[in-house]
Ligand binder design. Structure first.
Ligand code: SER
Length: 591
């Protein structure tokens, strides 16, 4: 392969084909908003859709899986701006679900890098797990790497902080990992590997998932030993093409070029401009993908992340590039549709709708900024002073960015208390972190008895809504914790009390009928043909599991479920509300 001109599509194809040749079956990218894992807001790695199978359930496609997964990681949203962090990225991965183990995983990783991508083995370094707690040092992986030609001084053992992956949420599969680094420096690589030298770029992670963390924080061996690997597409593309900055690879460059055009500024002008353009490019891309999955800007959970992304990009565009209004949004969004349109149908299909939602949110933010400006100017004029509490209020209630307060105050020669503001902010963040931890106490990933019951109940509710209210109702989202289920569906108005009662009675009747629940593996085509419900926007593999509740309900789903509806208990609707225009939400539980 000509590694000078390797493009995104070629890299993806090469990876998928290589693992297909090693008997892996491809699964499509799962949604960014994981339906079955309420311990996380977004899909952060390729393993999310595989959690039930990593825990031991049989996968309809077998024990070897390969995929390209779209991911969102928001934990380091504030680090976006350097040359390698993104909130949205794509991950190539291969999995062994209780099949092959370290020797195959490691040798295939190296074979792909050196034989297919033609990367130089002399520029590769490795980290392995050094052992901690009851889990021993991973000598086996190091031995395998050495047997394949990686010298001892290029292997470093590190602790849990670096060489342990998962669980993604609070509970679930996890284990030690071995990470592959590639020398991206212009000079020749040093003989000895120093993981702190940032010219060594991490490109691939092979995780040996043989443990499950439970709700008490204990690590227990899983029924089966799994391999979970993840290769960062943007980073790999950068190192293969010898590009030092991920934002100059084809996954970002066209967006950066458009930002340069609309702002009439040069990316290379200064570090500050580079940072600004990277943030805008990353955030517009992530926002487009999040909106494409039916998320609307709001003040909670995913909607809040989306709101934050749109506001941050607005802020940077306004302050550092003097970009106002919404026209520029359309221009800089265009390359995102061009880069990903072929591999993501929803983007193409819903382009106008997606752009409208982002623009509306931007207009809303512009208005709050105007309001905040008036308040700030009044304060500056009348009181001639602005306290840290004022800055915080502007920030918290009007989303008014600190930088704007700072800039306007500076024009009037008024000092502001930035440190006081940061302290207020910290206090507030600590409080919201505590409430967030409470909210995501557990979830389907731990497969608790209540969660499983609520899961089957969700299928009953889905079908009952169609029977009682309207046959055109479709599921638009779902989230299950042991405490309650949450179910979103399309419906244009509020439900009356009688309707709520009717739905409750209908579902309870079905529960009492004691209907058995059955799982059947079949071709996706057949599942659709027999009328199994499928989630809109989800791309399924060729072979799927279909769960039937007698002849009442059929859904494509990965489970798990109860064996009989009578196990569920009494169904009760707690709340019915609107979440977006035309979308209603039911929260319900069992006694
Ligand atoms: N889950 C691991 C990671 O995200 C491997 O894909 O790094």
């Amino acid at each position: 392969m000509d590694n000078k001109t390797l493009n995104r599509k070629e890299l993806i194809n090469a990876y998928l084909e290589f693992f297909k040749s090693k008997k892996h079956k491809k699964i499509p990218s799962a949604p960014l908003t994981p339906e079955k894992d309420p311990t996380v807001l977004f899909t952060t790695a390729g393993m999310h859709p595989l959690v039930p199978y990593l825990l031991g359930q049989e996968h309809p496609l077998g024990k070897r899986i390969v995929s390209l997964q779209r991911c969102i990681r928001t934990t380091d949203i504030d680090n976006v701006g350097d040359k390698s962090h993104h909130t949205f990225f794509e991950m190539l991965g291969n999995w062994s679900l209780g099949d092959y183990w370290k020797k195959e995983a490691i040798s295939w990783s190296l074979e792909f890098l050196t034989e297919i991508l033609k990367l130089d083995i002399n520029r590769i370094s490795i980290t392995c797990f050094k052992g901690e707690g009851s889990v021993p040092k991973d000598e086996e992986s190091a031995r395998i790497w050495m047997s394949l030609g990686i010298p001892k001084e290029r292997i470093v053992f590190l602790g849990k902080k670096e060489n342990w992956w998962g669980p993604a949420g609070k509970t679930g599969p996890c284990g030690p990992d071995t990470e592959i680094f590639y020398w991206a420096g212009k000079e020749n690589p040093p003989k000895r590997f120093n993981p702190k030298d940032t010219r060594w770029v991490e490109i691939w992670n092979d995780v040996f998932m043989e443990y499950e963390k439970n709700i008490k924080g204990e690590y227990n061996p899983l029924k089966q030993k799994n391999v979970d690997t993840g290769m960062g597409l943007e980073r790999t593309l950068a190192v293969v093409n010898k590009i030092e900055d991920n934002y100059l690879t084809e996954t970002f460059l066209p967006i950066i070029k458009k930002i340069e055009k609309v702002s009439k500024k040069d990316y290379k002008e200064s570090e500050e401009i580079k940072k600004t353009m990277r943030i805008i490019a990353d955030h517009i891309k992530a926002s487009i993908f999040i909106v494409s999955e039916g998320v609307y800007p709001s003040n909670t959970e995913r909607g809040y992340v989306l709101r934050r992304l749109i506001r941050r990009l607005t802020k940077y565009a306004k302050i550092n590039l003097s970009l106002e209004g919404t026209n520029f949004i359309r221009e800089i969004a265009e390359p995102v549709f061009e880069i990903y349109g072929d591999s993501c149908e929803e983007l193409k299909k819903d382009k106008q709708k997606i752009l409208k939602i982002i623009e509306e949110e931007k207009i809303k933010f512009d208005k709050t900024i105007q309001k905040g400006l008036k308040i700030l100017e009044k304060k500056l004029k009348e009181d001639k002073v602005i306290t840290c509490k004022d800055i915080f209020l502007l920030y918290q209630s009007y989303g008014f960015p600190l930088e704007l307060t700072e800039e306007i105050s500076k024009e009037k020669n008024i000092q502001i208390d930035k440190e006081g503001f940061q302290n207020e902010l910290k206090k507030h963040q600590e409080l919201s972190q505590i409430s967030c931890k409470d909210k995501f106490k557990s979830g389907l990933a731990d497969c608790s008895e209540r969660t499983i019951k609520l899961h089957t109940l969700t299928h009953l509710l889905n079908e009952s809504l169609r029977k009682v209210l309207d046959k055109n109702i479709k599921q638009k989202g779902s989230n299950i914790t042991p405490e309650r289920l949450r179910f979103d569906f399309n419906f244009n108005r509020k439900l009356s009390e009688e309707e709520i009662k009717k739905v409750e009675d209908f579902v309870n009747k079905k529960i009492l009928e004691g209907i058995s629940v059955k799982k059947e593996k079949m071709l996706l085509k057949k599942a659709i043909k027999i009328g199994a419900q499928a989630e809109f926007g989800t791309r399924y593999p060729e072979v799927v599991d279909v769960y039937s509740i007698g002849s009442f309900s059929k859904e494509i789903c990965s489970g798990p479920h109860v064996k009989n509806t009578k196990e569920i208990g009494r169904f009760k609707i707690l709340k019915e509300e609107s979440v977006a225009s035309g979308i209603r939400r039911i929260k319900a539980t069992i006694d």
